[in-house]
Write a protein that binds this ligand. Structure first.
Ligand code: ADP
Length: 412
């Protein structure tokens, strides 16, 4: 299956796309010109369902915060957003709404126009993504009310990974569980891996279809993806975002025997285990201090905090090991990409990871590495090394581009 590639050529819809990323208690939004990636307005509604509900609107580099009136829900947040857009005269420019939808299962490897059937499918896929898909659906329904006449497009986090071969996505479980219940690896952060791979292809000055890359998206959630001839062929997250490397609060890969031990001998309920592995583990669990990369780096570098050092050391080793394991998927490698809040900003993490990849012929130019932070992008490798880029991700732009492209294709 091939992933639709956003083209930077003139799409029929030359207006702006409102990109919506809806969580259970938040809505992130950006109004984006799909051709240039220019962000006209962006922001976040947060603390929904509580009296602290507010909306922060960023325009021309300035932030305005408004308290939300009752009911403190997604619909209210979107109504306030629509009012703002109307006051700014921006509503008329919006040609479509592009929604980030986390789980598209095997059905969706492409951006998709949202119809009743698609909504039903997203709802059914909630059993694979119980935290995310229901929230995405709330956003879709609220936008249908707020923007009655506009097309709504779903762009799935799993879509880019639908090109993975069976050997990468089938678990070592009875095959019948895959056939009957869809228990397989899907992968996430697809939109981000795709965006940075496309940027790297531009750096290499060749079509993405000819590029072989490994990209490490390191934020609160972390995943590593290997891209062969422009397509994802393996990724570290699995049926849920819990698999793979250690993350802010998730433990990543775990011996399944530990779960039985926790339940049978240590009095944990299944709910307790869920909370433990998803919310209390990872950088937070090992350090006992924080899930935040900055806090841990400061504690390690300034206070010699032993647990923070251990957490970051394990974090980097697991990522390096995953990257190295992907040499099994490729016969050529053009370079490595770091993205996400930690990948884009932490030169310490990048150094620690890359120094464990010398066998793959990676080495960093420390001057360039230190200089490439806070939104800067570039190749931070030495002259003799394979390329190693820091690339600021922009999932919203991909969602805007793919939504515009889909609508262009539909009217052709
Ligand atoms: P999300 O996965 O929620 O989108 P981000 O990609 O924004 O998250 O990444 C958040 C992570 O990036 C946090 O752990 C944060 O501490 C980390 N981060 C941001 N800036 C820095 C920095 N300068 N040094 C180290 N870590 C950083």
């Amino acid at each position: 299956m091939t992933q639709q590639k956003p083209q930077r050529k003139e799409p029929a819809s030359t207006g702006a796309i409102l990109v919506i990323n809806c969580g259970s208690s938040s809505v992130k939004f950006s109004l984006i010109k799909p051709l240039s990636g220019e962000t006209l307005l962006s922001g976040l509604a947060e603390c929904l369902h509580t009296p602290d509900a507010k909306i922060i609107v960023k325009l021309n580099g300035e932030k305005q915060t408004y308290k939300l009136p009752e009911p403190f829900n997604h619909q209210t947040a979107l109504s306030v957003l629509v009012e703002q857009l109307q006051q700014l005269g921006l509503v008329k420019d919006i040609t479509a709404i592009g929604h980030r939808v986390v789980h598209g299962g095997e059905q969706y490897s492409q951006p998709t126009l949202i119809t009743e059937d698609v909504e039903q499918a997203i709802s059914q896929l909630a059993k694979l993504a119980p935290l995310h898909n229901p929230a995405n659906l709330i956003g879709i329904k609220a936008c249908q009310q707020a923007f009655e006449n506009l097309p709504q497009v779903a762009v799935f986090d799993t879509a880019f990974h639908q090109s993975m071969p069976e050997k990468a996505y089938i678990y070592g479980l009875p095959y019948s569980l895959y056939k009957a219940h869809g228990i397989r690896r899907y992968g996430f952060h697809g939109t981000s891996h795709y965006f940075v791979a496309k940027q790297a292809a531009e750096q290499l000055n060749k079509p993405l279809e000819q590029c072989n890359l490994i990209s490490a998206h390191l934020g609160n959630g972390c995943s590593v993806t290997v891209i062969k001839n422009g397509e994802s062929v393996d990724t570290s997250m699995g049926m849920t975002p819990g698999e793979g490397v250690i993350m802010g609060t998730r433990c990543g890969d775990l011996d399944t025997g530990i779960i039985f031990h926790l339940v049978e001998n240590l009095g944990y309920s299944i709910g307790d285990v869920d909370k433990l592995v998803n919310k209390e583990s990872g950088l937070l669990g090992v350090s006992g201090l924080s899930n935040d990369g900055r806090t841990l780096e400061n504690a390690m570098l300034e206070d010699n905090h032993a647990q923070a050092t251990l957490a970051l050391t394990i974090f980097c080793y697991r990522i390096a090991k995953t990257i190295a394991s992907y040499s099994a998927s490729l016969t050529q490698l053009d370079g490595l990409i770091f993205t996400g809040g930690i990948g884009e900003n932490s030169n310490w993490v990048r150094t620690e990871i890359v120094k464990q990849l010398a066998l793959l012929n990676f080495s960093l130019d420390e001057e360039k590495n230190k200089a490439t932070r806070f939104g800067a992008s570039g190749n931070i490798a030495t002259k003799d090394s394979r390329a190693c880029w820091v690339i600021a991700t922009n999932e919203e732009w991909v969602i805007a581009e793919q939504s515009a492209q889909l609508l262009t294709n539909l009217v052709k």
